[in-house]
Every structure is written in structure tokens, then in C-alpha cells.
Design a protein around this ligand. Structure first.
Ligand code: NI
Length: 651
């Protein structure tokens, strides 16, 4: 851990504060929701609480500006292992009663963290697994076996629609703190009935040797650590520039609310910007709705490998406590996440969200050649709001950045450990890359789907697709240098489905036609895509049926608070066709209305030996830039920094 200085800015618990209606549930509210369901007789000994989260109030209520007076409600997903049934409930926390109770037939909600832990124990204790391990490896001791729960998906077999299943992958450590992922037990996959928490069979696909080499990354196990790093400290002698009240934050001209729930993890709400006397809305809700990691190896142990980390595992449930291992510099403000275990016991992930300021190089600069002694330069500073989740072997960091010039950025940091397979000595994999002797990493992709509910200066927004095209050479373009940006208004959901296009430098713009800037143009924000890719799996691949959001990079839908997840509400073991693919079949109008912009971005990961034993971070994301939203550079008013004394220069 580097020089972390946690701030003690928790407001006194004695003074009543005014809640923003979108602040996440408190620990007390989560407990109240659980207790209300229990006392209403809705909970059996075999019931699991999959998630307890804020039932968000209507947008109209939030925009009305009412604060603290509204009703607080919770939304709960429950699953009963005995009856294999899912229920959704809402409870009024204010009135202390269960308000809705709904059976959702034929679905498998997100696997809970408890099920992950119990599944590992069940496999390790299973006589079926012990026998298979002995036959396969000659080892009869399961104490050093690591069992990662992997979702079963749905490949058209009846059991996948009838049972609650997992298909774990197993690894062997050399000792209890060894990195076991480099020693995959290839060719064995137990199939676990999570309702009975029992291994129902162990599938065996042939024998592969156990890789012998250890590869570790903890300092105690790295033979030589480099010694030429001097301390780098960030000093903020006057404190941070942000103010915090509960989960409400203001930083310079920005105002927003931090949200968090078991499924999506970190969410950003009601993002507004102060512009003179006016507080202007930009983004009502920003969230990661799903992500899927499909693997590209058709080998028997590998071919079913794909993971929907939001809908199957729960990105928030997998969040790290950043109390330790945050590694941010400067003054940090943490926020806790209040969840509950699958049995309804309180579970607080302490410091699940980290917020701090970062120096970000030059904001703007100009030197007037005629006054070379007085260059004007401003340092850029950004506010970073982040959370990191560990989904078995992989780590995902989710970072929102707010800048002084009105720019908003979202970035995913991919790190952690590759999902590895074993290979025979002397052979080379076709669908992956050898990263160590007899160890290979299968090719794979990571697809993220973001839901951006824009409210640019109000709810009535439209989306334009902007394509840059070259003019042909003609009498008005005699030198052939002309190009122009062409704007197309997207009028319906089907018209809005689209992909990136490098040939036209394609971007999108979210505008409010009812609010004009001083140049007479609708105010707007530009959506600038970053790195992206296409899926390589067949359109008929089983995982793609469940992940229809990968079929287009961009989707636009009319706002519906019930349409939250790109792959639908219950992608785990589903047959697919849900979410964006189903909703957009209606081809609803989207012009001049409350719209939601969905963006799918992917990272194609052809692994490298340098990704092992632990992967240096890969970055992917997108940017939103004001585009005619302000009348001029909103960062023109940033004051110059103090000049550095000469002693701080290095010669
Ligand atoms: Ni990867």
C-alpha cells in the first residue's frame, strides 16, 4: 500500500442529514428489508437473499427536487433452493411493510458469494471428485485444490433449464499461499447442483499432465525486487477540493450521487454541472449493466467457458474492500457498500468505493510568441470515483473520471490472473498462447455493456450519429481537401443500432433540441468511443444468444426504469433473447424523448507470456465531452498554479 491518507469525513451520526433519494441503502435499511420479509413469512430456511438494493424513486420525484421527504423502498431478489424458485419483492422501508411479492418462473438469479464458497467446499468433499482426481493425477489429497465456481450457461440440455448448476474449474496449489492458477487440472469438470450443494457428476475429457512450474507474484515469493524506486508522494496540505454529504458529492462545478448495489457495483447518479447561476443536468444514471468473457478454445474443458460477471456473479457482491490494497495516492475518501449475505445477515464491504483527486497533466496552454515570458498554462485535475471487483481469477477496476472542462470518462482496468489451461509437453495451442511450460492461456474477449441514461438539460433528448465524409473533387473542391461532419438524427430503436466506423470517424451526440446555446444550436454532449472490437464467436453460439448486447456497439432505447440490464434481468442459465435484443424489436420512437444510450465495448485478449503470473493492467473505456453544451471553454476560469521554486527542479 502506498501513502494512503484516509480522511475521516464521516458526518456525525447525531446530526440528521438530508438524504438524496438516490443514495444507496444504509446497513440499517438493508436489515429492515430483510426483517420485514422474514416477519411477513416470505423467508424459509432454504431461502437465499440474492440482492437487497434501493428501489429507486421515479425520475419525476428526483427532478422535483424533494429531498429527504420521499419514501424509501427496497427491491429484493430471493431464491429458494428447496423449491428452485425465484421471487422479487419490494418493501416500503418508510411504512415498514412488504408492498409487492412476485414469483418469477423459470429463472436462475445471480449466484451468491455464499454459494461460491459452499460450492468449493462441496467439490473438495465430494467422493466423486476425489475419485476422479486420484484417477487423473494420482493425488488423493484435496486440501490444496482450488475450485472456482463457473456458471453453467445453457447449451440446450434439459438440466440447464431445470436445475441450479455450476461447472467449476479446478487448480492445484503447491502450498496454501501458492498461485494455483498456473497448475490447472485440465480434463476434469465437476458439475454441481447448487440447490442440493452436491456434485452430481464429474466430467472427464482425457488426461493432461499437471504443469510442474510455480509462478508467483507476492513479494515474499519473488526472488529479487527492484531497488531503484524513490518515494513519490502526493501532498494536499489544505485538504481535498471535494465536499461529501453521505453519498452526495460536490467537486468544483460537479454535483452527483454515488450508488452501489450487489449486481452492478458502482453506479453514478444525477450528475449535474454548475454553469453560472444554473445547475444543469447531464447524466441521470450511469451503470455497467453486464459484461461477458467468452473464451475462444473449442477444447473439451474450455468450450463452455464464458462468464457474465454482472448477471451471474454480481459485480458489487465481488467488490474488494479497499481498506487495504487501494494504492491510490493523496487524500482519499472511501464509501462503504451495505449488502447482506445470502441468509440475510448484514454484510458491509468497508471502503468499497474510493474517491480522490488526481493531477492529470496539462489542461490547456498557450505561449504568445510576442510575450514569451508569460506563457499561460493550467494544470488539469480530475476527480476519480472507483471500485474494484475480483471475479475468481480476474480483477476489474471501474473508474469514473470528472474533469474541469466538463469531460466525463469511464474506464475499466483489467488485471488479475489469466484463466489458464494445461498442455502436453512439446505441443503448441491453436486457440491460445503458451505462457509457461505446459501452461497456456486461451484466447478470449471481454465485452462490457454500459447504460447511460442522459438528461442533457432535461429529459427530452435526441441522439445524432455523426459521420465525417470527404467531398468528391468538384468545382467547389478543386484541391480535393474538403471533408465535413454529417449529422443523422436517430428516430427509432432499429435506426439507432450501430457500430463504430473508423472510415467516418463516427461519434454520437446526445442533444436537447429544446435548449439552444448562444450560437442557436441545441446543447449537447458528444459520445467518443475508445478501443473496441467485434465478437468472434458465431452469431448462433450459445453464449451469444444470452448476450445479444454484443450484436451492436450502440443502442438507444426510450427510458424505461425496468429496462436496466443489457442481457435481461436473469441471464444466468437463460436460453437468451432477453434484454436489448427483445426490447428493441418494438422499434420504439426515440426522438425528443427521455432516452437511454447503451454502449457495448470489447477487448480482444490474445494473451502474452508477460500476462503471467499476474497481468499488467489493460485499459478500455469511453469519453463524454460537452459539445455546444457550454458557450465557451468552461475551464477558462481555472486559476494558474503557484510557480515551483527552483529547488524542486532536478538537474
Ligand atoms: Ni483477458
Amino acid at each position: 500500500m502506498n501513502s494512503v491518507t484516509p480522511l475521516n469525513l464521516h458526518p456525525s451520526t447525531n446530526s440528521p442529514r438530508v438524504f438524496h433519494p438516490l443514495e444507496p441503502l444504509t446497513a440499517h435499511e438493508v436489515q429492515t428489508a430483510v426483517d420485514l420479509l422474514k416477519s411477513a413469512g416470505k423467508v424459509t430456511p432454504t431461502t437465499r437473499f440474492v440482492s437487497v438494493s434501493l428501489a429507486e424513486p421515479s425520475k419525476a420525484e428526483v427532478h422535483s427536487g424533494a429531498r429527504g421527504a420521499g419514501l424509501r423502498n427496497a427491491f429484493i431478489v430471493l431464491f429458494d433452493n428447496l423449491t428452485n424458485t425465484c421471487h422479487e419483492a419490494t418493501v416500503s422501508l418508510t411504512e415498514e411493510r412488504v408492498t409487492t411479492w412476485k414469483h418469477v418462473p423459470g429463472v436462475q438469479p445471480t449466484m451468491t458469494i455464499d454459494e461460491q464458497t459452499e460450492c468449493e467446499q462441496a467439490v473438495i468433499a465430494s467422493p466423486l471428485f476425489k475419485a476422479a482426481l486420484l484417477e487423473h493425477t494420482g493425488i488423493d489429497d484435496t486440501s490444496l485444490v482450488m475450485v472456482d465456481i463457473w456458471s453453467a450457461g445453457n447449451y440446450g440440455d434439459a438440466e440447464e433449464s431445470l436445475l441450479r448448476l455450476a461447472r467449476p474449474l479446478c487448480f492445484l496449489r503447491a502450498d496454501s499461499s501458492d498461485n494455483g492458477y498456473v497448475r490447472p487440472i485440465e480434463g476434469i469438470r465437476p458439475v454441481v447442483d447448487l440447490n442440493r450443494m452436491e456434485v452430481i457428476r464429474v466430467e472427464q475429457y482425457g488426461k493432461w499432465p499437471l504443469p510442474s512450474e510455480s509462478m508467483n507474484y507476492s513479494p515474499a515469493r519473488v526472488s529479487t525486487l527492484r531497488t531503484d524506486i524513490k518515494p513519490l508522494e502526493i501532498d494536499q496540505p489544505e485538504g481535498p477540493s471535494f465536499e461529501v454529504d453521505g453519498y452526495q458529492v460536490s467537486w468544483q462545478k460537479w454535483k452527483f450521487v454515488i450508488g452501489f448495489n450487489a449486481r452492478e457495483g458502482l453506479t453514478l447518479h444525477h450528475l449535474r454541472c454548475q454553469d453560472g447561476e444554473q445547475e444543469r443536468s447531464i447524466l441521470y444514471r450511469g451503470s455497467l449493466t453486464e459484461m461477458v468473457v467468452p473464451y475462444g478454445d473449442p477444447g473439451p474443458t474450455q468450450r463452455r467457458k464464458n462468464a457474465f460477471d454482472v448477471g451471474e456473479y454480481g459485480m458489487g457482491m465481488c467488490a474488494n474492500s479497499l481498506e487495504l490494497g487501494c494504492d491510490c495516492l493523496g487524500l482519499i475518501r472511501y464509501f462503504d457498500a451495505h449488502l447482506c449475505t445470502s441468509r440475510g445477515a448484514p454484510l458491509t464491504i468497508k471502503n468499497a468505493i474510493c474517491m480522490h483527486e488526481e493531477d492529470y497533466g496539462i489542461l490547456w496552454k498557450h505561449t504568445d510568441r510576442r510575450h514569451p515570458d508569460s506563457p499561460e498554462v493550467r494544470r488539469s485535475r480530475r476527480l476519480v470515483i472507483s471500485s474494484i471487483s475480483t471475479v475468481e481469477n480476474y480483477e476489474y477496476g471501474f473508474f469514473w473520471y470528472l474533469y474541469q472542462d466538463g469531460t466525463i470518462e469511464f474506464e475499466v482496468k483489467l488485471t488479475g490472473i489469466l484463466s489458464l489451461g494445461a498442455f502436453h509437453q512439446g505441443e503448441k495451442p491453436t486457440y491460445g498462447v503458451l505462457v509457461a511450460p505446459m501452461v497456456y492461456a486461451p484466447n478470449h474477449q471481454h465485452f462490457f455493456n454500459m447504460r447511460l441514461d442522459f438528461d442533457v438539460d432535461g429529459v427530452a433528448n435526441s441522439v445524432h450519429r455523426i459521420d465525417v465524409t470527404a467531398d468528391p473533387v468538384h468545382e467547389k473542391n478543386p484541391f480535393g481537401n474538403a471533408f465535413q461532419a454529417k449529422s443523422t438524427v436517430l428516430r427509432s430503436e432499429k435506426e439507432a443500432m450501430g457500430n463504430l466506423n473508423l472510415e467516418t470517424a463516427r461519434t454520437w451526440k446526445i442533444v436537447n433540441s429544446g435548449v439552444l446555446n448562444r450560437l442557436g444550436e441545441p446543447v449537447g454532449y458528444k459520445f467518443l468511443p475508445g478501443d473496441n472490437t467485434y465478437p468472434f464467436a458465431s452469431p448462433d453460439a450459445w453464449w451469444r444468444k444470452r448476450a445479444g448486447f454484443v450484436n451492436h456497439h450502440v443502442w438507444v432505447t426510450p427510458y424505461d426504469p425496468d429496462e436496466k440490464y443489457g442481457a435481461g434481468d436473469y441471464p444466468n442459465q437463460s436460453l437468451g433473447g432477453e434484454g436489448l435484443t427483445r426490447w428493441t424489436m418494438a422499434d420504439r420512437p426515440i426522438e425528443n424523448s427521455d432516452i437511454v444510450f447503451w454502449y457495448t465495448f470489447g477487448h480482444t485478449h490474445i494473451p502474452r507470456p508477460e500476462d503471467c503470473p499476474v497481468m499488467p493492467t489493460a485499459y478500455i473505456g469511453f469519453t463524454l465531452k460537452p459539445n455546444g453544451f457550454f458557450d465557451m471553454n468552461p475551464a477558462n476560469d481555472v486559476p494558474p498554479s503557484k510557480k515551483k521554486p527552483a529547488k524542486d527542479c532536478c538537474h
